[in-house]
Design a protein around this ligand. Structure first.
Ligand SMILES: N[C@@H](CCC(=O)N[C@@H](CS)C(=O)NCC(=O)O)C(=O)O
Length: 214
């Protein structure tokens, strides 16, 4: 398999964690989204949304959307299963994962932030406020969802699930952007624990071949 990825793209990071957890070998193909490589014609044919990640399966199918890729991998390589079969846990995991992937992440995506600066002429300070606002709103909700799920070292049910694979990259981005995160102790505990696990270490931005040093 091949994965089009960018080192500090949180959507790519989700998929890299899953590939590592399932022990799947793949070639990582860097797409520098800061330089606009996602808009190249050959890449757009694979991913019409012009975003990373995109997986090329062993059968040559292109799959975009990190959650669609993870669903494909979870069905094809069920160990460890990342969306549990148990109905209650499944709903909890999906609620947390979708809160992050559908509600928090899209409003703070690079192209949205660039639109704020380049088209709406928003200052850097206002852009930072925008970012922090949506993080605060979103992570407050995730913290409550973790409380309902009685989280510990993991978001739900004492083992890694899709919820952790979405939370860790989002938290890492918020940290990188200098957001205040002390109000979310449950999220913090999951982050501390999971970032020490080998699969999460292998998937981390700083360990990617396409990393751009600061
Ligand atoms: N919903 C998509 C989001 C993918 C996405 O937004 N990727 C970002 C990086 S995390 C991207 O490629 N951004 C390019 C841009 O903003 O132009 C998914 O989960 O795969």
């Amino acid at each position: 398999m091949k994965l089009f990825t960018f080192f500090n793209s949180s959507a790519s990071y989700r998929v890299r964690i899953v590939l590592a957890l399932k022990g799947i070998d793949y070639d990582a193909l860097g797409v520098n989204i800061r330089n606009g490589e996602q808009f190249r014609e050959d890449y757009l044919r694979r991913n019409p949304m012009a975003v990373v990640p995109t997986l090329i399966t062993d059968n040559g199918q292109d799959i975009g959307q990190s959650l669609a890729i993870i669903d494909y991998l979870d069905r094809r390589y069920p160990a460890p299963l990342l969306v549990p079969d148990d109905e209650r846990q499944r709903a909890q995991v999906l609620e947390i994962a979708l809160a992050i992937a559908c509600d928090i992440h899209p409003v703070n995506n690079m192209r949205v932030l660039r639109y704020l600066s380049d088209e709406l002429k928003v200052s850097d300070a206002e852009k930072k406020r925008w970012y922090a606002h949506w993080i605060e709103q979103g992570l407050s909700a995730v913290e409550r969802l973790l409380e309902q799920a009685d989280s510990g070292d993991y978001c739900v049910g004492g083992r890694v699930t899709l919820a952790d694979c979405c939370l860790i990259p989002q938290w890492a981005n918020a940290k990188r952007m200098g957001c205040e995160l002390s109000a979310y102790p449950r999220c913090q505990r999951v982050y501390q624990h999971c970032t020490g696990l080998p699969a999460f270490i292998a998937a981390a931005p700083e360990h990617q071949a396409d990393v751009i040093p600061v």
